[in-house]
Design a protein around this ligand. Structure first.
Ligand code: C2E
Ligand code: MG
Ligand code: MG
Ligand code: MG
Length: 283
């Protein structure tokens, strides 16, 4: 399955090379100013209990409102921010903002839920990442157990020792850690067993076509999801399915033993105010 990020990157260098290089430099240049100009915003997408649609967590997803070019999706700028290491200050801002919001929700009397933050491989392989998290929790007053850190398999494949050490430090702090986009990378089961993670998120590419999954050759996704359910149970990991778009997919996931999910069926990512309203109505 061709992945979005890879696809975009390919597209980016595809065709008119010169223009693409200029454009990339422009993005990098603009990224440098975006933080101080307050152009970033977080949207929130609920993670729900598939049995009753109850919101169990909120995932923070960054949005860049470019003054001239409008909304630029993360798939278009995160990899550039990683290459020029701007992801470090941007990522810190995301952490700070998400923790501030989660604490605010609690202060407003809403039932406490976890806020999940996506952390790039570049951030996560910094030796002081856990210290940054500790500082942010202290500054915002959010208890560690309400923070979830999502990393991808690319992280796990990087500097194994630093990654394991950072996961351990986060665990000691009480932060919940998950492996995002599970199944799309190349992390082995041995790796998974060795890393002190709390959960995995099944990538949306496995959820697609799930409802049409009679045990035929065309749709192996049902079998794979079942395998992920067993894997998570055996390794004592929590399990979330992302990219649920239809009622049939929801039902099918429940049948397969996956009881948590995220997707357009329930809610798209929305700005903080809308997320607050959502929590008020079905928290
Ligand atoms: P992700 O963490 O796997 O997030 C899920 C993506 O799927 C989000 O795209 C979300 O809007 C989208 N999505 C949610 N439900 C559905 C659905 O039912 N169907 C489909 N087709 N898509 C759905 P988004 O917001 O464009 O983010 C894309 C990726 O960018 C994220 O994937 C994550 O890897 C990265 N990203 C987003 N925010 C941050 C951030 O603050 N820091 C870092 N380092 N990466 C981020
Ligand atoms: Mg994520
Ligand atoms: Mg994902
Ligand atoms: Mg993704």
């Amino acid at each position: 399955v061709a992945k979005n990020q890879g696809g975009n990157r390919y597209h980016f260098f595809d065709g008119r090379m010169h223009e693409a290089v200029i454009q990339r430099l422009q993005v990098e240049n603009d990224l440098r100013k975006a933080l101080e100009r307050n152009e970033f915003q977080l949207h929130y997408q609920p993670q729900v209990d598939l049995t009753d649609n109850r919101v169990v967590a909120m995932e923070a997803l960054i949005r860049w409102n470019h003054p001239e070019r409008g909304r630029i999706p993360p798939d278009r700028f995160i990899s550039i921010a990683e290459e020029c290491r701007l992801i470090i200050p941007i990522g810190r801002w995301v952490l700070q903002e998400a923790c501030r919001q989660a604490k605010l929700w609690q202060d407003q009397g809403l039932d406490p839920i976890r806020v999940a933050v996506n952390v790039s491989a570049v951030q996560f392989t910094e030796t002081d990442f856990a210290e940054t998290v500790r500082q942010v929790l202290q500054e915002t007053g959010l208890e560690a157990r309400w923070l979830e850190v999502e990393i991808t398999e690319t992280v796990v494949m990087k500097d194994q020792e630093v990654v394991r050490s950072n996961l351990k430090k986060l665990k000691d702090l009480g932060v919940f850690t998950t492996l995002d986009d599970f199944g799309t990378g190349y992390s082995s089961i041995t790796y998974l067993r060795q890393m002190p993670l709390d959960g995995i998120k099944i990538d949306k590419s496995f959820i697609r076509d799930l409802e049409t999954a009679a045990p035929s050759d065309e749709s192996k996704n049902a079998g794979l999801v079942k395998a992920f359910v067993n894997l998570a149970a055996n390794l004592h990991l929590s399990l979330v399915a992302e990219g649920i778009e239809t009622e049939d997919q929801r039902r099918f996931l429940l049948q397969l033993g996956c009881s948590r999910g995220q997707g357009f069926l329930f809610n798209p990512p929305v700005p903080a105010e809308e997320a607050t309203a959502l929590l008020r109505s079905k928290g």
